[in-house]
Design a protein around this ligand. Structure first.
Ligand code: UDP
Length: 455
């Protein structure tokens, strides 16, 4: 068959966590929009979370489908249905979760034999990173030069070697595997991943070539797509939209800490007090369900009454892209997860950075020091499960700094400019658009596994 015409078939195997699945599906859509066939491989629970998105893409004529594989919960001792990383809430459960993930290799191999796709976007042929170049370089410099070992205490700052800017971190802000010197199941998988990357298509053929595609969240153009991203929202999206419509431009701060970060009740109370004291309007996403009539210990007495009309609490999952994109929203308090950060950049918003886990402390440096579109709330301690405690006064001060006054205006104008550049990047002729084209061309011309394809 003429290789120019033959439809390329891509397999996507995203890690089973919202922060990976959401951008992977957005990315998959970008390829499907260029006429490629996409199969997303995932487990039953995760497949149900984005079934609407897949249905919608089909009605738009995109060639996207899902291949479901069972997640071997019972085999490794995980509770049935624990198919998402955020449901693995202890170290033991996380280890088992990684073991179950590793066991997906066999069913994956079977699917590859059956469908003979041209490319696997995951960990063997093409790597999809859901981290920034900045954070990847930081991680690599920590691994290679170990500046964290040359300071005498956990709180003493060290400089990341070989960076053009002076970026300082402390050991407290690093993921524990940099400091504990123990090899966990997760670090082993990470090392295997790194090895796979170095032998991947991008690396082997082209010398670790990278294609800069995104921000992928910008492919969700209509309100329904933005609202349905990731999971079903816990609030009536129309109601939320109406609420925002009643507000002036740039007058609402949106507070959300992604899909994983947890805070204890006393910290949530500090957030409530800080938000109220800032006198700003807000939407605050709290990942706690409302218990039947019982008192919610994390809410200060009479809080919801006092902030009625001024503040909206979403308990559960928020339609984040829809909210960030609304003109009434003028600031974003974020845990600095890379997806949230990119979404904040794409929508031109000043940010309060409040890193908790993963590479979020690196992203904070990028946002506050390099892009200069945010202010740090002051978190000092990296945490696997529960975030560092921050006092209400610090929250109040940081929120005011990005919402009111001359400094806020300066930050906002820089953020707006970046937002415009992000949008340009994904438009026809933009850098992301061209990179996606050249990646597709490379895949075509190398014809990876092409001849055997069943397309
Ligand atoms: N998200 C959302 N609603 C929520 C919480 C999160 O839509 O209530 C989305 C958010 O838009 C982002 C992703 O979930 O795309 C979270 O990814 P990120 O990398 O920011 O953080 P993680 O959850 O991986 O810590």
């Amino acid at each position: 068959m003429d290789s120019e015409k033959r439809q390329l078939h891509l397999f996507f195997l995203p890690f089973l966590a919202s922060g990976h699945l959401i951008p992977a599906i957005d990315m998959a859509k970008q390829f499907a929009l260029r006429g490629l066939k996409i199969s997303i491989i995932t487990t039953p629970l995760n497949a149900s979370l984005f079934s609407k998105t897949i249905e919608k893409s089909k009605t738009m004529g995109l060639d996207m489908n899902v291949l479901v594989v069972e997640f071997p919960c019972i085999e490794v001792g995980l509770p049935i249905g624990c198919e998402s990383y955020q449901l693995a809430t202890s170290l033991d459960l996380r280890t088992k979760f990684y073991q179950a993930t590793a066991k997906l290799e066999q069913p994956l191999k079977k699917l590859i034999q059956e469908y003979a796709p041209d490319c696997l976007v995951a960990s063997t042929l093409l790597i999809l990173h859901s981290m920034s170049f900045f954070s990847m370089c930081t991680a690599e410099c920590l691994r290679l030069y170990e500046p964290q070992k040359k300071v005498s205490s956990d709180a003493e700052p060290f400089i990341i070697p070989n960076f053009p800017d002076e970026i300082k971190l402390t050991r407290k802000q690093l993921p524990d595997f940099y400091t504990q010197n123990v090899q966990t199941y997760a670090t082993k998988l990470y090392e295997q991943g790194l090895e796979a990357e170095l032998t991947s298509f991008g690396a082997k053929v082209l010398g670790r070539k990278a294609w800069q595609i995104g921000p992928v969240s910008l492919c969700n153009l209509d309100a329904e797509d933005k609202a349905q991203r990731g999971k079903e929202a816990s609030i009536d999206c129309h109601e939320c939209f109406e609420w925002l419509n009643s507000k002036k431009p740039d007058s609402v701060v949106y507070v959300c800490f992604g899909s994983m970060a947890n805070f204890n009740d006393s910290q949530l109370k500090e957030i409530a007090i800080g938000l109220e004291a800032s006198e700003q309007q807000f939407i605050w996403v709290v990942r706690k369900e409302k218990n039947d009539g019982g008192k919610e210990e994390w809410l200060p007495d009479g809080f919801e009454q006092r902030v009625k009309g001024k503040g909206l609490i979403i308990r559960g999952w928020a339609p984040q892209m829809m909210i960030l994109d609304h003109e009434a929203v003028g600031g974003f308090v974020t845990h600095s997860g890379w997806n949230s950060t990119l979404e904040g950049v794409s929508t031109g918003l000043p940010m309060v950075t409040w890193p908790v886990s993963a590479e979020q402390f690196f992203n904070e440096k990028f946002v506050t020091q390099i892009l200069r579109i945010g202010v740090a709330v002051g978190a000092q301690q990296w945490a696997r499960f529960v975030g560092d405690s921050i006092k209400s006064e610090a929250i109040e001060k940081a929120v005011i700094r990005i919402m009111v006054g001359a400094e806020a205006e300066e930050i906002r104008s820089r953020a707006r400019e970046l937002g415009k550049r992000a949008k340009k990047a994904v438009e026809e002729g933009g850098s992301s658009y061209s990179d996606l084209n050249s990646l597709i061309e490379e895949l075509r011309s190398h014809g990876i596994a092409g001849a055997a394809s069943k397309n």
